[in-house]
Ligand binder design. Sequence first.
Ligand SMILES: [Zn+2]
Length: 312
Amino acid sequence: MTIQVRALAGLPLARGGLDRHGEVRSRPGVLDELRSDPTVRAVVLRGRRALVTGDALELMMPSVLPEPELLVYLGRTTEEDRNTPVGTGILLWKLADDDAASITDDESRWLDLRRSGHLLSDQDVGVLATSLAIAGWHEAEPFCAHCGSPTTVRNAGWARYCPVDGTELFPRMDPAVIVAVVDPAGRILLGSNAMWEHNRYSLLAGYVDAGESLEQAVVREIFEESGMRLGTPVYLGSQPWPFPRSLMLGFVAPLADDQDPEALVPDGQEILDLRWFTREELEDPSTDVILPGPSSIARAVIDDWMSGSWSR
Ligand SMILES: [Zn+2]
């Protein structure tokens, strides 16, 4: 069986819109220079949420903000956006909760990317996904991996340094594969996770193991979670999923030629139920199946499959 699909462009959290301007990160004093520059703006984080007005990031002048607990130079804008011209420098300004509440404690002004990322502009998505990914890394890895000493922030927020043994640490993301398995009848395989409500279904997914290729991870994960053996996976596209630090790599894969699609075996731990769905079943307005949220790559892949653009 052959599958031909097009690469998925415009994935919800991979819409870009940020020039990372990495060459200035190592310049001494660059953060002090930027925070006193009246043209620079700051995206404000409170925990994992960002300050917004409506569906747009509220970009603040650094001089009016309380002292941050984390400061990172994210880069320069590439689109004209409200009051900021192209090339505006953007700082990540993460505040302690009390300080953030002093700006506003109106809950509707603090946006959750996972829930609402699809509503943001391309530029705001790039800024916020990067902010959460880098902030998540700083939170998770404050100590030296070699000697356990506390490390200090360097490179405008893009590295940490151990003053005891000189180790430098850099931001990490964890690659995870997410797979649309399709059978010879053109149905798609969705699973219901043990952590979810019973009628929520999504694509099967899992982290890439140490020493594994992406294609090997696809084949292994699907076999572990469903008992299905696959043909050759085809890469679709990727997007960051900084909750806290995944990189989701989307694939579509056919079943192996001799694989019976009805021999599904949910792993019983992570995946409690597995079903093959037709397009008609998922399009049926009376279905009670809940699909993944609109910011996820899973939803983008399912929507693309439902559009009928894949040939079989
Ligand atoms: Zn160390």
